[in-house]
Design a protein around this ligand. Structure first.
Ligand code: AHR
Length: 641
């Protein structure tokens, strides 16, 4: 039963202003309260259980220098063709040495290069060697064990062992050190543990590999790992994984984005070259201007899903690369289709299958669940216009072998009907405010929608509060329509904030070598992802000022009603909630707000804007609530029987 607007005319204006006093004394208020009526008996749509997830790729040093916890830059000496970039010589006092990129020798056919250190003069007091400065510094913490490893060979056995040390840039203090066995003239991997004592945390450090005698040494795959999330070998950075976990994401779309396609066919994400021992991963050039170590390979994407209880949304390379290279549909494309089938088998196959057995051998006998496979990325940009036929070839093969999979197209096709279409929206605030009802009247007979990349592009390197408001406005539309919007993911997810660390203007989470922060948009994602019912129930908002958005979802089993309110205006908005069922008087209120749209979080001020949880004690089947200016709020109401 709804109460109509006139009932509230009698509410004393004074009371309203008393209420607003708690918001801010100088706040202007929309002249009339709005009415939000909610009919809990009327379910309009089932909320997709996979609505909110993550989209990721190697951009902005997302993995190398980001989530992937490796601390050594250019560890495989493959980042540049003319020099061992990221490495410098150590030759103090009387020591004398030189170094060069060696193209002809390396520890494997895939890592065929190395860094050659030639030491003319060195001693135990004055060792010579090489140093690596990491990705804008090497973060070192106290009382921590680091795992170092490297491949090396020497021109003669008398060269002796290698000492690996972590050294502070400013003081020269050795923070931790360990020494290997003596080298031999054959390539061999050496592993060491470096333990720090009671030191203060900093990023102004480097790693050194030194010898105490003259001779030549070749190095490759030099690695240093701090403790990782869930203690996974070759794993991920703890702070970033915790931030992602807090979003409560339901899926991970990988490996791209443009990173899937590569600039050239030879630079695509060739999954078979990203699995198995690191020494057998050749690395590859990414379209975002730097080399990828491929330490974050197919299996690492999958264990990342496992760690955060997300389902994989696998994008398979579909024969189109960014510099307008494509593979003609037909026999030429067949090996690429087979690669995709093999990839699906690697993920889902039992150990009796060829690729399932390979996965087991790589350390994960248990198959992973898989529901969604995407064919390509943004193929509307392919000027050869072959996507329809390429899609059909992939679609038919995948359908035949894996009829249970949902197949996602990246643009419209005529020859087949994809289960979902991936739509991308990079926009400014006003575009999202004006289009928050985009899906309200969408064709419900066609494929479902995967909003696989979207973001309000306001501010750099991470969005400001204006961005968060527009994001939240847009998300209310995604939720209201999550009968057709099955999945949605903000992009890009991660950015290194160091100079030249970012290749995209606006990104969700920022970090340097040591610490990370969530942008206001990140917190909007956190509160939306953690307050979502299973049904969209009927709701009607009347009389709200401009730029006010809402969505209402209900978890009938738990009796919890989630009312999301987005006020992107500088005026407070009073709302009279009129619910068709009684609710408990006490309700939870989560608020994310800022004084201005320009306000933001940064690496130095990471928590200027964070959600605040409070309680309201005056909820009921009708009650007044005032939404502060520039705010995103979620009311969680407990519905009574
Ligand atoms: O998210 C950045 C890029 O935007 C993605 O790689 C690409 O799919 C899109 O054009």
């Amino acid at each position: 039963m709804f109460r109509s607007r006139w009932i509230f005319v009698a509410v004393p204006v004074l009371l309203l202003f008393l209420h607003l006093g708690a918001v801010a004394q100088s706040v202007a208020v929309q002249p009339t309260p709005a009415i939000l009526s909610v009919q809990l008996e009327k379910t309009l749509a089932t909320v997709s259980p996979t609505l909110y997830g993550l989209m990721t790729e190697e951009i902005n040093y997302s993995y190398d220098g980001g989530l992937y916890a490796e601390l050594v830059r250019n560890r495989a000496i493959k980042d540049a063709d003319w020099m061992p970039g990221g490495w410098t010589l150590v030759q103090n006092r009387s020591a004398a040495a030189s170094m060069e990129l060696e193209r002809e020798t390396g520890p494997s056919a895939d890592l065929e290069r190395s860094l050659r250190l030639k030491v003319m003069k060195a001693s135990a007091e004055d060792p010579a060697g090489v140093q690596n400065d990491g990705f804008w510094g090497i973060p070192v913490r106290g009382t921590t064990t680091y795992k170092a490893s490297f491949y090396a060979k020497a021109d003669h056995a008398a060269v002796g062992p290698i000492t690996v040390s972590l050294v502070n840039d400013d003081t020269g203090e050795v923070l931790a050190a360990a020494t290997s066995e003596p080298l031999t003239s054959e390539w061999k991997q050496y592993s060491l543990e470096l333990k720090t004592g009671s030191i203060s945390t900093s990023t102004a450090n480097h790693m050194r590999l030194t010898i105490a005698r003259p001779g030549s040494v070749w190095f490759s795959l030099v690695s240093l790992f701090p403790p990782t999330y869930h203690d996974r070998a070759n794993g991920n950075r703890v702070d970033l994984m915790e931030k992602l976990a807090a979003m409560n994401p339901k899926f991970l779309r990988f490996p791209g984005g443009n990173y899937l396609e590569g600039d050239h066919i030879s630079e695509r994400f060739n999954w078979k070259k990203t699995v198995g021992p690191l020494v057998n991963r050749p690395t590859h050039h990414s379209p975002w201007g730097y080399n990828s170590s491929d330490g974050m390979g197919l299996l690492e994407f999958l264990t990342w899903c496992e760690d955060l209880k997300m389902q994989p949304v696998l994008a398979v390379y579909a024969g189109y690369s960014l510099q307008q290279e494509h593979i003609d549909p037909g026999p030429a494309l067949a090996p690429y289709v087979q690669d995709a089938l093999d990839e699906i088998e690697y993920i889902t196959g039992g150990p009796e299958t060829k690729w399932g057995a390979a996965r087991a051998q790589n350390g994960h006998p248990k198959p992973f669940p898989l529901q969604y496979v995407e064919i390509g990325n943004e193929d509307a940009f392919d000027q050869s216009h072959t996507y329809d036929a390429r899609f059909a070839q992939f679609y038919d093969a995948i359908r035949k072998h894996y009829p249970q999979l949902q197949i996602i197209g990246t643009t419209g096709v005529k020859s087949r009907t994809p289960d979902l279409i991936d739509e991308h929206y990079y926009r400014f605030q006003d575009d999202f405010y004006n289009d928050a009802h985009h899906y309200d009247n969408y064709d419900r007979k066609g494929p479902k929608i995967f909003v696989g990349e979207w973001a309000t592009m306001e501010a750099a390197p991470t969005p400001n509060f204006g961005g968060a408001l527009a994001d939240a406005a847009w998300m209310t539309g995604l939720e209201r329509n999550s009968d057709i919007v099955a999945l949605a993911s903000y992009a890009p997810l991660l950015t290194n904030v160091n100079p030249s660390g970012s290749q995209w203007r606006t990104n969700l989470i920022g970090y340097n070598a040591l610490s990370s922060y969530g942008s206001p948009s990140y917190y909007a994602q956190v509160i939306f992802g953690n307050h979502l019912g299973s049904e969209v129930v009927a709701s009607k908002l009347e009389g709200a000022g401009a730029r006010f958005y809402h969505s209402v979802t209900f978890d009938r089993e738990k009796g919890m009603l989630f009312v999301k309110l987005v006020n992107a205006s500088p005026d407070a908005q009073a709302i009279d909630l009129v619910l068709s069922r009684p609710v408990k008087k006490t309700a939870e209120l989560v608020t994310l707000r800022a004084k201005t749209k320009e306000a933001t979080n940064t690496i130095d001020s990471p928590e200027a804007i964070v959600p605040v949880t409070s309680t309201i004690d005056s909820a009921g089947s009708t009650f007044r609530h005032v939404v502060p200016p520039y705010s995103i709020q979620v009311l969680t109401l407990s519905v009574l029987e």
